[in-house]
Every structure is written in C-alpha cells, then in structure tokens.
Design a protein around this ligand. Structure first.
Ligand code: ASP
Length: 504
C-alpha cells in the first residue's frame, strides 16, 4: 500500500494535480454533506441572566437565539454580506457589538466542515504564499532578461502585438458571453432565478467611475517609488519599471548592459530553481484549496443558481475550448491539445487558487519549459497578461450584469445597453487585479454603467468563488495562448526545438 502511494509521486505532475483536485473536492463535499449543518442548544457557561443560546449552523450562515431568564429573546445572524439590524457580515462585526455572544460562538460554534475547511484554507494559503514569494523576483529578472534579448525596435513591436491580442480576445470573450446570456436567458427562466431573500451588496460605498479606475492604471505605469511597487507589490508598476530599466541598460550598451544582463540571468536561474521546488508541492496545495471550497460551500451552491452558472460555464467553455484553440491552431500554428497539456499544471493551479497573479510563476515555467516558448516572449506577455488581460473575467462581467438585469426588469436589456455593458466589461476586466474575486469587485462598475441597483450584486455572491475558478483558468489560458500567437507573429517559433518535458 505504502509503495503504491509512493508510486503516485512519480506520476506526471498534471495527473498528480488532477487527482489531488478530485480527491480534495470529494473529501470536501463528503465533509459538507455529513457535517455541514448543526443545531445545538448551549445552557452551560453562559453570561449571567442567560438561560440558553440556540445555535443553528448552515453553510455560510449561523443563526443564534438568546433566551433570557426574564423570558426575553434576541435573534442574531452571522452571514456574508452587509451588516445591518441583527445581521452581521462577519464574526468580527458581531464581536464589536456583542462580544459576549461572539465568545459563546468561539467556544461552541463551527461545524466540522467549516473548521476543517478553514484549516485547509490556511494550509493551501501557505502554498500560495510560496508562489507569491517567487513571483516578484521572477517577473523582474525574467522581464529584464527577456527584454534585453530583443532589439529596441522589437520591444515596440512586441508591445503592439501583445496589446492587439489582448483587446481582440477580450472582445471575443465578451461577445461570447452576450451570445450565451441572450440565448439561455438565465434570469428569465424562473427555475434558475434566485429569490430576493438575502439580496445584499459586498460594496458599501459608491464605486469609482471607470475613467478614474483606468487613469489610476495609467498612473501605476509610472511608479513614484519603484521600491514601494516591489514591496506592495504592484505588478503594473514593476513591469513598467523593469522594461524601462532594461531598455535604458541597452541604450547605454557595452559593459554596463552586459553586467545588467548577466545579473538578471543569474538571478533568474536561482529563482527558477526555487520555483521548481515549489511546484512539487502543487498537488498538496490544490488538495487543500479544493477541500476548503467544497467543504465550506457545499453542493447547494450549485443548485440554487444553476441556470446562471450553466450560462457562465457555457461561455467560458466556448471561449476556452473553441475560440482560443482556433486562434492557437490557425494563427500560432500550434496543436491546442498539446499546448493545453503543456500548460496543464498552470491551468489546474489557476482553477484551484482562483488567482492569475498567484499562478504566474507556474505559467511562466510551463510556457518556457514545457511549451517551448522563448523567455523573451513569455516574460513579456505573461506578467502583463496576468494584470490586464482577463478574457474569463470580461465574459463573466457581461453575463452577470445581463443576468441581473433580466432578473430585475423581467426582460432583456436593449441592444444599446448591451453595447454599454460590453465596453464597460472590457474596461473593468483591464482594471481587475489577478487575485481571487477581483472581478466581483469590478462588477459594480458595469452595474452602475447601466443604472442597475448595486445591491443586486448580492444575488450572485454565493456562487462567485466557484465561477472565479473557471474564469481564472480562462484568464491564464488566454495569456498562455497569447505567448504562442505573439511568438509566431514575431517569427521566432522553432517547433522542432521544444524541449523534452521537464517534469515527466
Ligand atoms: N480571480 C481572477 C484572476 O485572478 C480575477 C477575477 O476575479 O475575475 O484572474
């Protein structure tokens, strides 16, 4: 038995990750099913004057009934969303007003599903921290090495090609989203439409206008303090400064350029070695993160908003499995299945972590070492893509807003309004960070553009994390496909030279 478990370690990495993902989901769902709900009555160790506290725990919500000696009763709830009368968005919000109730929950609250799920999230986060640890030095060294391998003219050309690719694929993704949401009409179907109960917003204040969001992205391109950008980290600032640094080192030329290039190459070698070591731990990280999501969210999440989820998923599948592979086949002249296989460790990690930025070190390693993309293309296209190219997010924004509009108005938005949604969804996806649920935060901008009440965002909150996993995978897949496309357009691809699989 122990020998067969040990043999798993020798399996190809993408199979290990896939297996870990399934195992995590299975264990999480089982935990949720068996231990996700609990009703208890606490009578011991309560503050003076309290007779009993009844705690009713379900996935994502806890209801408390405090029964007093004098016959009085108070009902309180803790559930994600807005803090208002008797309802608290988090345990900390409850603690601020009712510390005595919170301490009863500290001692007696928490189903096994949430307790184990949260412990696994902490373990999974350790793995994400390791990836974050290498991401800034990897982006800096790899970008400087990549840019210094190009001529000054080629940098401009690469930038123009990359921007054109990002804009084209994001628009195609939005059109796909609009197509499926008009076809499926999830908000009008009845069976998929959620009830108004629980409608609430995660965003308490007014969202900034889209112009302001885009201008702040422009400001990010000029870091007032490059070291601050490294510490934060602000990827757009880091990318802009690293490119400028490399370009000016090339301008100086001679021994200076040689030394900068050598130093960047040496740094990159070391960071790559660290990344490889971290990559061995992916199956464990993926197992923990999948277990956390399924144990704490359960299968109910899939049932209540099924029709809407189906629409977003259909759009993501069309874009990820038809549109991008067609571009890969006909523009980049690459086999989509082989390319996807080479990228599978990155795609599976993007799925379970829901973070393009977190997956970046892995995406870089996969395109360069498993898919035969040159360092200069990978290091240029991927960091920029993880920050501003988000096809999955753009598609999701379009579907979510049209779904909410259908549900709210009882009919589809007119074409002119759908065009407004398309344009704002594109801009919002550029503004979204490559971190979990950033797309949800940007959704308010699109809702506002078509004058929909912001609190309606609450109806899709419950399923956002699950959809985030799918859209992040498409975001990373699009960035990776962009590398192949730009490599080919730059006439640099040498398909015969693809190195043997490094990890198999
Ligand atoms: N989680 C996504 C990403 O990292 C962004 C989003 O929330 O849509 O790419």
């Amino acid at each position: 038995m122990s020998r067969s478990i040990w043999a798993l370690w020798k399996w190809p990495l993408h199979w290990q990750i896939f297996l870990a993902m399934l195992a995590g989901a299975f264990v999480g769902l089982a935990l949720n099913f068996l231990t996700g709900a609990r009703d208890i009555r606490v009578t011991e160790g309560l503050p003076q004057g309290w007779q009993a506290v009844e705690i009713r725990e379900r996935v994502g919500s806890t209801r408390l009934r405090i029964l007093r000696d004098d016959g009085g009763e108070t009902e309180l709830r803790v559930e994600a969303g807005e803090t208002r009368d008797g309802t608290f968005a988090t345990l900390s919000a409850l603690r601020a007003i009712h510390p005595d109730v919170a301490s009863v929950l500290d001692v007696h609250g928490g189903t096994w599903a949430t307790t184990i799920g949260n412990a696994c999230r902490q373990l999974g986060n350790l793995f994400l921290r390791m990836l974050q640890m290498v991401s800034v030095p990897l982006v800096v060294t790899s970008l400087i090495t990549g840019v210094m391998g190009l001529s000054g003219h080629a940098v401009g050309r690469m930038f123009a090609l990359t921007a054109a690719y990002y804009a084209t694929t994001s628009l195609l993704a939005i059109l796909t989203g609009l197509l499926v949401v008009n076809l499926f009409r999830p908000g009008l179907g009845g069976q998929g439409a959620p009830t108004g109960e629980g409608t609430r917003s995660v965003i308490a204040s007014e969202p900034p206008p889209i112009g302001e969001v885009l201008f702040s992205q422009l400001e990010n391109l000029i870091p007032a303090n490059p070291l601050g950008a490294l510490v934060e980290p602000n990827f757009l600032s880091i990318i802009a400064f690293s490119i400028a640094f490399a370009v000016f080192a090339m301008r100086i030329g001679g021994a200076t350029a040689r030394r900068v290039h050598e130093a960047a190459k040496t740094g990159m070698e070391v960071i790559m070695a660290m990344t490889h070591a971290i990559i061995r731990l992916i199956p464990l990280g993926v197992f923990c993160l999948m277990l956390y999501v399924t144990a704490t969210q359960g299968a109910d999440v899939f049932r209540s908003l099924g029709w809407y989820m189906l629409t977003v998923t259909a759009g993501l599948v069309i874009h990820g499995c038809i549109t991008l592979p067609l571009i890969l086949r006909f523009v980049a002249k690459r086999s989509p299945t082989e390319y996807a296989r080479a990228l599978s460790p990155a795609l599976l990690t993007a799925f379970s972590s829901a973070s393009s930025n977190g997956t970046l070190p892995l995406t870089l390693t996969c395109v360069e070492q498993r898919a035969g993309i040159s360092n200069r293309t990978g290091s240029f296209v991927l960091p920029l893509g993880a920050t501003i190219n988000m096809d999955g997010t753009a598609l999701y924004e379009a579907v979510a807003v049209l779904f909410i509009a259908q549900w709210h108005f009882g009919e589809n938005l007119p074409l002119t309004q759908q065009i407004v949604v398309a344009v704002t969804a594109l801009l919002a996806s550029i503004g979204a960070a490559g971190i979990p649920q950033a797309g949800l935060v940007m959704l308010v901008i699109v809702l506002q553009a078509v004058n929909l009440p912001l609190e309606l965002q609450g109806i899709i909150l419950a399923v956002d994390r699950v959809l985030d996993m799918g859209r992040t995978t498409v975001n990373v897949w699009s960035d990776a496909c962009g590398c192949a496309v730009i490599e080919t357009l730059e006439h640099r691809v040498t398909l015969r030279d693809i190195p043997p699989d490094a990890w198999e």
